[in-house]
Ligand binder design. Structure first.
Ligand SMILES: *Cc1c(COP(=O)(O)O)cnc(C)c1O
Length: 393
């Protein structure tokens, strides 16, 4: 183990793909074709077959993916979008940027994802979309609210920026092709991003599928909607230099697509490793009998959590964090201030205490290192240091 354990060490997983990435980059350089084109379409096709549905549109970032998705749904001034206050800023920023109003509903304290009952209670006549986040790699059980959204004409936009490859077992009515005997419930697996109408991914370098720069993707379940996103990504251009509407310049470039396509081949294996690391943390925390102090992340029934982040809840969080830092263990706070209390959203009129679960989590949450290549002894030493902190005195 090195002297210091960083929160994330990308060099370890890079080592496994270095040669493949260099080959891919060489190919792009030789082609001298850098924006969109074959490399991007190939990566999009691979994502489409992995997700088993939808039209994939590579774009410049996860933030742009959210903006493009909301634009394609015609969301703008006067519209409300119900979302979680406990996420990376872009989730709500993209709503406000389009002149629409983010409406925040509190979270489920066990999974850290939006509480669907609270969300449904916020649906009103101006609600145009519901924007759940699959936070830290665990899916929100979107199917529980999908029917209500459909009834009320509310689009479901998934922020899957932290959940590429995460999935969920969904129970649904068996499609009874003809035979009336064949009714009942069947289970099927749905991946993050294609549970609703449109899903958004980020390939920011620190994400579980990360580029070597900014990159993102929109996946629209409906092909027409996908086509619209594709146009919006290139200034709303239909035929060459003819513009049907005003869009963005938010293209994915060929180098990033080529790199992502290489890493994508390792994603299943890397996500599986993340789950092994999470299990191992659970084992070490159990061995140290820390249950009384440290609340480990809960996995919702049916979920394949990919532990994009491993976030625990602890008392005396800031003190613990400082102690760990002094011992050479980096941790992080995701997120220190919920979105409804951010200065830029003061005009929305939320006050401290309005969304108590998200406010409490922001005081207790602590992300521990969890990345591909993390060693068992590193995890063990970190858990030892946490045990020492809580058991002293
Ligand atoms: C990273 C992230 C985004 C934004 O992605 P960028 O590629 O950084 O623009 C949006 N939502 C969530 C939940 C994220 O974690």
């Amino acid at each position: 183990m090195a002297d210091k354990l960083p929160i994330l060490d990308l060099k370890r997983s890079y080592a496994a793909v270095k040669d493949e990435i260099r080959e891919a980059l060489e190919r792009v350089l030789e082609s001298q074709a850098f924006i969109l084109g074959r490399e991007v379409r190939t990566f999009e096709e691979h994502v489409e077959s992995y997700l088993e549905k939808g039209t994939a549109v590579g774009c410049a970032s996860g933030t742009d993916a959210l903006v493009l998705a909301l634009m394609a749904l015609d969301i703008g001034p006067g519209d409300e979008v119900v979302t979680t206050p406990y996420s990376f800023f872009a989730t709500a920023g993209c709503i406000a940027r389009l002149g629409a109003t983010p409406v925040f509903a509190d979270i489920d304290p066990a999974t850290y994802n939006i509480d669907l009952k609270h969300a449904a209670a916020k649906f009103g006549p101006k609600t145009k979309a519901f924007l759940p986040v699959h936070l830290f790699g665990q899916m929100t059980p979107v199917e529980e609210i999908a029917g209500l959204c459909r009834e009320r004409g509310i689009a479901v936009v998934e922020d899957a920026a932290q959940a590429f490859g995460s999935w969920r077992k969904v129970r649904q009515e068996r499609s009874s092709r003809g035979s009336s005997e064949e009714g009942g419930i069947e289970e099927k697996i749905v991946r993050a991003g294609v549970m609703g109408d449109i899903g958004c991914y980020s390939f920011f370098p620190t994400k579980n599928l990360g580029a070597c720069g900014d990159a993102g993707m929109v996946v629209a379940v409906d092909a027409e909607l996908g086509k619209r996103v594709g146009k919006l990504r290139v200034h709303g251009e239909g035929a060459a230099y003819l513009h049907d509407e005003v869009g963005l310049n938010s293209r994915l470039d060929a180098m990033q697509a080529a790199i992502l396509d290489v890493k994508f081949r390792h994603l299943e294996e890397w996500n599986a490793e993340r789950r092994v690391l999470a299990d191992r943390y659970r084992m070490f925390f159990g061995m140290k009998k820390l249950q009384e102090f440290v609340t480990l992340p809960a996995e919702l029934d049916g979920n394949f959590h990919i532990y994009h982040q491993y976030v625990v809840r602890v008392p005396r969080r800031d003190e613990l964090m400082a102690r760990l830092e002094a011992r050479g263990f980096s941790t992080r706070i995701y997120y220190p201030l919920p979105l409804h209390l951010q200065k830029c959203f003061a005009f929305l009129g939320y006050r401290p205490g309005d969304l108590p679960e998200s406010e409490r989590l922001s005081r207790e949450s602590l992300a521990l290192p969890l990345f591909v290549g993390l060693l068992p002894e590193e995890q063990e030493k970190l858990v030892d240091a946490i045990a020492e902190f809580f058991y002293e005195k």
